[in-house]
Write a protein that binds this ligand. Sequence first.
Ligand code: DER
Length: 221
Amino acid sequence: MESKRLAGEKAAEFVKDGMVVGLGTGSTVYYTIMKLAERMKQGLVFKGVPTSVETEKIAARLGIPLISKGEINKIDLGIDGADAIDPDFVLIKGGGGALLREKIVAEAADQFIVVADPGKFVPNLADVEIPVEVIPFASELTEKHLKSLGCHTKLRVNNNTAFITDNGNYILDCKFEEIKNPKELETQILRIPGVAENGLFTDMANKIITLNALGEVVILA
Ligand code: DER
């Protein structure tokens, strides 16, 4: 999709020589990764920290040097997509099932850039399900606790079996009637024993690269 490509490629311009770059997951940041591989052939020197096995495979196939586990002590720039963006730049992520590693990388990054087609902007976060990664052990108890926060939960499945994340966990997609305070809800969900992470990313996006109504790439800060 052209808008994904334009937004994704623009983000690659923010990578400077010597950077450690958090490589997000999904179809928009895919274009960032492709552009970075192209720039690497022109001399750009950087290392990547992949946020999923999927991204790790794409980056490895392109010859992008990756920092292996245990050696990540600084991330200069994180670049990732999003499933929904509200007027306060609160994100919902996790549509691709990579939210746990994505949030670790986004939080650690000195700067976090989101790349998104215009369709990701929503007036109300409650229009979108929040993915919650839960430990399989006694997940039905975790689900019950989540429901007590006032949401409908749905176990994410893949080919009629529970979807399993790169970390060996389940995902419950949670639909809330309304989300008055995203930061508070993010904390409430995280407090539930059995929850590994949730897809509300509040106060994290430093820049959002998207397109305006004229189809021009814009950088919202
Ligand atoms: O799971 C995620 O948060 C991914 O970043 C993804 O959902 C982004 O969406 P995209 O594939 O439309 O870029």
